[in-house]
Design a protein around this ligand. Sequence first.
Ligand code: GLU
Length: 490
Amino acid sequence: MSEGVRVRFAPSPTGPLHVGGLRAALYNYLHAKKNNGTFILRVEDTDQKREVGGSYEYIEKSLRWCGLNPDESPSKGGDFGPYKQSQRKNIYKKQIEILVEKGAAYYAFDKAEDLEMHRKNHEKKGKTFIYNAHNRLKLVNSLSLDKKKVEKLLKTVPYVVRFKMPDNKMVVFEDEIRGKIEVSSRELDDKVLYKSDKMPTYHFANVVDDHMMKITHVIRGEEWLPSLPLHMLLYEAFGWEPPVFAHIPLILKPTGKGKLSKRDGEKFGHPVFPLEWRSGDEKHLGFKEFGVLPEALINYMALLGWSKEDNKEIYSLTDLLGSFEIKSVGKSGAKFDFEKLLWLNSQYIQKMSSEEIIKRFSSINSGKKFNLTKEAVDLIKPRIERLANIDTDFNYLFEAQEPELALEKKLLNDDSRSFLKTYYNLLEKSFESASQLKEDLVQCSKIGFGKSMGAMRLCLVGKLEGPDLFELMMFLGKKEVMKRIHSVIA
Ligand code: GLU
């Protein structure tokens, strides 16, 4: 048992939490809790130009809604804070100076336009300009200039700190999901670690914080895998032991082509964010407002890329703590399948009491004046796929619906009309119980049971769906049933 497991979810506050981020948070949470470890929320806000107001609050709220509460976070605090990178500037300043002293990083004074010119000149020759061992001595930095000049420039012009990428070194590392990976440092550049605005870049702050916060396992999206060689070399340069890494595969669009993006929600007609997001003119519905339960979303997110051999599909958060293994996460991207999520959602809804369904429906639809009764929910429970739309998906429970025209044409003829009339007359005489209603229908259905049921559904529902017909009739009551049949045959 690995005691002292510490993992972090480290989003940048650049907008709402996307399902990809949510899944990374979930896998981190599961790995921590399974090992009696600590789940940390760290906000990576060093690129303040990209920061979007309200993102951090949104991320916290979404994690809370899903039951993934951090043990240490900006609002909760902890022994390794601050947990917002923008409040850790002194730490980065000290560490970057250490790295320069060690000779693993250096100051660079190149102007943006000069670098651009180098890039263009290389391009003209069909080459790619890489700032590294091949040409760093021809550029303007503390490795190419004498000490005096460097000291002067440090006081007078803006500068960055670059990593001194070793020349021609094989970087070899293990990823829990992908196994052994080898990358030659020849293809890597002298990445900027510290910017002219005295802020660290993502790479530098990320590595320093993971070390300082005693992170044991880094579980994050596959898009960060290309950064790992640099991160490993930074650990080596500092003389620090790196954490264990696990890069989880991408969530793909429902079509399977490309990564599911923030804009795909609109495109495919389903949410990609846990909760509603509003910022300026931007507004996106969340899974919550769409009527998806957090239990179902968590279950679905866990299955997206991970599955146990027994093909079990229903996992509560507690079940997941018993079963989830980061090592069994698959390597290939997983298609986002909204239908599957809805199916899981309906499984959770069926297990819920009708009272609980009503409570959750009202909390989502607080604005709607709609009286959802226990009797109605009892009747339709197995058919509910999402909570938000009970009133519209099952509108026929609450008011008569116009029959679908095409269906009316198909089902209404002299025979079915005559059946409906006879049944109507029988119902007028007695309307006792579901079983009696069924017996009466059988008795007068010369057109056959199936066709009679179809004609009745047309009258009561407007289409060929809905719960048990006779239970539905009992729910609607004699007066309403007679009224609906009458309006079709009249
Ligand atoms: N700040 C990065 C992000 O927004 C974190 C990557 C990591 O977990 O290392 O996803």
